[in-house]
Structures are given as structure tokens and as C-alpha cells.
Design a protein. Structure first.
Length: 396
């Protein structure tokens, strides 16, 4: 069904990197969501009134809010595709994240309303009316919502849309909520136990948690996320694959919306290279990066010594010292200032973020002392920094 809708309503659906195609995907998904949720609202509201069930009626209004969320998502996707202007030179892509956050707020609001109604019902319960048609319609609703969740998740991943992924998570929460509501009606019909208010409380908590999780996921790119380890590897390997580049570090990616990113990286080049030739290589890498990754890449050149055996020897010694301290440590921008009785080893040390405050000073001292123990002439001048890669995801 998903592929049928895509082929029917999205022209050139394979060109997901193009703004008009992403907008078409968003419009189609929003219309599908609005139609499904309005129909579910009408059916559940009728059942809730017949069965006198607060949880069913609350679930119905949850579907109505989902329809509103689909409208918000559609508006967000449309506005996010506005081109760059004088005030917004990187475009309006982050509006899509703001739209997803609004969706999260609507979900939380529905959960809080349901929680309030369930608490009232807990102290002042009303009699339920059992009808198998209620269970049947709710079961159909579960199937529709499960499909909507998978539908939005698949398309959200395809076009990298936070709004669609938020809608998918919301729909999955509705599956749990509606299933619990149907359970309360079945329990009443079989055993005569009115657990409507209790189930309503459980459902409200599920809905609120779903909204909070959506908010966290959508706020992350607005606040600023660490680069994904897989993308980090792809870009660094790509840059270092060019002749004349001997290494790279300090890759930073700034996100300005789905498929709209700007990045900077330090590329190490031999210090005796021809400047114009190297600049030509850098330009070629930046152009190719835009074509391959869709990223505006800015490269800073770092000249490094590649022929002096003593520099390589001292660097290898320092790398051996730091790896014995912590395998996660690394160095870059290594150089030496040579003297008759003193050799300064100058480098940047990249450490995990768990090293803070006094631990940073202790680590630098231990490294310096161990290097000096191995060679009395050597003294370390260390600049401490953290990686911009996501350590948590990298460990997974």
C-alpha cells in the first residue's frame, strides 16, 4: 500500500534529495494521516458515547489531535522547503524540526487531558455498556494506527524527515493506547469489572511519555547533535583518499534541516607541498563532497612534517604512551621545537568527554611525566580537546 501511494502521488519519488519531492512526500503523508484520523475519531466518538467510556472518547480526541498534527506536519514541511534569503542564508530547513516539536506538544497535551479525565473517573466512576461492535471497531483502529506508524516511519527514513518519524512514534503510542482501551471494555463485558479509569491512567502515561520522547528527538538537532560515527568515518575516509592528504581531524557538521548540512574539517598536508597544487586538491575535495554527501564542506589545511624521521619517532613514542593510558585517546597537529638540551613536543590531545576538571590536568601530567621518563630531553605542550563525534553511538 505504501509503495502504491508513493508511485501514485509522488512524481520522481526516487529523487528524495530534491526539495519538491520531499514536499510531495510530506503532503501525501499528511493527507493520509488526516483522512485516517478523522474517520477514526468519528467511529470512536460514536462508540464512546454508546458505551459511556471515558477511555474510548479520550482515545477519539487523541485521533483528532493526530489529524491536527498531520496538518502541522504538512505546513512544516512546506515552510521548510522555502529557499534561502537575505535573513536566512542557509534556508528554512529547521522549521521542520520546530513542526515536529509542536506535534510533540500536542501529544503531551492530549495525554495530560486524558490523565485528568481518568483521575476524575477513578473517584466518580460511570457504568460502562459492553458491545462487541466497540471491540471490533477498536481492533480495526489498532490495525489502521499500526499501518500509519509503519507508513510514516518508512517514508520518514526515506526522506530523513523528523516530522514523519515523530508522527510514526505518536501512532505507535496510539496502538498501545487503543489496545488498552479495548481491553478495558472486554474485561467489563466478561467479568463486570470497571477498569476504565485505571486503563485511562495507563494510556495517558503512555501518551505523555511518547510526546516527551518525540520532543527529545526533535529538539536534539535544534540544540546541536554530535556527528554520527558512520557519517564521520565516511567523510574522513573520503577526504583522506585524495593524493596529497596525509590525515584529517576536527570534523564538525552543522545541521540546517534534513539534507541541509555544512561541515568543516582539518586536512593534514605535507609542509613542503606546493601551495597552489594543494589548494587545487582541496577545491576538488570540496566540490566532490557536495556532490556525494550533499554537504557544504570547508577544509582547513594543516601542514605537517612527513620526511623528518625524528618527528615520526617522537610522535610514535607519544602515541604509545597515550594508548597505554586510554585506547580512546588520540593526537593530532604534532610538531617539535628542538633545542640543545630540551625538546618540546607540541600536540593536541583528543579525549572522551568524561575527562573533566582535575582529571584533565591529571591526565596531561601523567602523559608528560611518562614521556619525560622515556626521554629526559622531552617536555610535552598539550592542548586538550574533545571529539565532535557521538561517543555513545560510537560505542554501540
Amino acid at each position: 500500500m505504501t509503495e502504491f501511494l508513493v508511485r501514485r502521488f509522488v512524481k520522481e519519488y526516487n529523487h528524495v534529495e530534491e526539495a519538491r519531492v520531499r514536499t510531495a512526500y510530506g503532503a501525501m503523508a499528511s493527507v493520509v494521516g488526516i483522512v485516517c484520523n478523522v474517520l477514526l475519531f468519528a467511529a470512536k466518538m460514536a462508540i464512546g458515547l454508546l458505551a459511556n467510556s471515558i477511555s474510548v472518547m479520550a482515545d477519539a480526541f487523541n485521533n483528532l489531535s493526530d489529524a491536527a498534527s498531520s496538518i502541522v506536519g504538512f505546513v512544516g514541511v512546506k515552510m521548510a522547503q522555502k529557499p534561502a534569503d537575505d535573513d536566512h542564508p542557509f534556508g528554512h530547513g529547521r522549521i521542520e524540526y520546530i513542526s515536529a516539536f509542536i506535534v510533540a506538544f500536542l501529544v503531551i497535551q492530549v495525554g495530560l487531558s486524558l490523565f485528568k479525565g481518568s483521575v476524575e473517573k477513578l473517584f466518580h466512576p460511570d457504568d460502562l455498556t459492553f458491545r462487541w461492535v466497540s471491540v471490533l471497531v477498536l481492533g480495526l483502529s489498532v490495525c489502521v494506527k499500526l499501518w500509519l506508524s509503519l507508513f510514516n516511519r518508512k517514508l520518514g527514513k526515506r526522506i530523513n524527515s523528523k516530522v514523519m518519524l515523530a508522527t510514526s512514534a505518536d501512532a505507535l503510542g496510539d496502538v498501545a493506547a487503543t489496545s488498552a482501551t479495548a481491553l478495558s471494555i472486554v474485561v467489563y463485558g466478561i467479568f463486570g469489572w470497571n477498569i476504565d479509569a485505571v486503563v485511562g491512567l495507563v494510556v495517558s502515561v503512555v501518551v505523555i511519555l511518547a510526546g516527551i520522547n518525540i520532543a527529545k528527538d526533535t529538539l536534539a538537532p535544534l540544540i546541536g547533535e554530535a556527528i554520527d560515527p558512520e557519517l564521520y568515518e565516511q567523510i574522513t575516509n573520503f577526504v583522506e583518499s585524495f593524493d596529497g592528504i596525509v590525515g584529517s581531524h576536527d570534523l564538525i557538521v552543522h545541521n540546517y534541516g534534513p539534507s541541509k548540512s555544512m561541515a568543516s574539517i582539518h586536512a593534514e598536508v605535507p609542509n613542503d607541498c606546493d601551495l597552489e597544487d594543494t589548494h587545487e586538491i582541496i577545491d576538488r575535495i570540496e566540490r566532490e563532497a557536495a556532490r556525494r554527501f550533499g554537504i557544504l564542506l570547508v577544509i582547513h589545511m594543516d601542514p605537517v612534517e612527513t620526511h623528518d624521521g625524528r618527528v615520526a619517532q617522537f610522535k610514535a613514542m607519544v602515541e604509545d604512551v597515550i594508548k597505554k593510558k586510554d585506547e580512546r585517546l588520540s593526537i593530532h597537529d604534532f610538531r617539535i621545537v628542538d633545542g640543545k638540551e630540551r625538546i618540546n613536543l607540541i600536540f593536541d590531545l583528543v579525549a572522551p568527554r568524561e575527562y573533566k576538571g582535575s582529571e584533565v590536568g591529571r591526565l596531561k601530567t601523567e602523559i608528560s611525566e611518562e614521556v619525560n621518563r622515556r626521554d629526559k630531553r622531552c617536555f610535552c605542550v598539550i592542548t586538550m580537546e574533545n571529539s565532535f563525534i557521538s561517543e555513545a553511538r560510537h560505542e554501540k
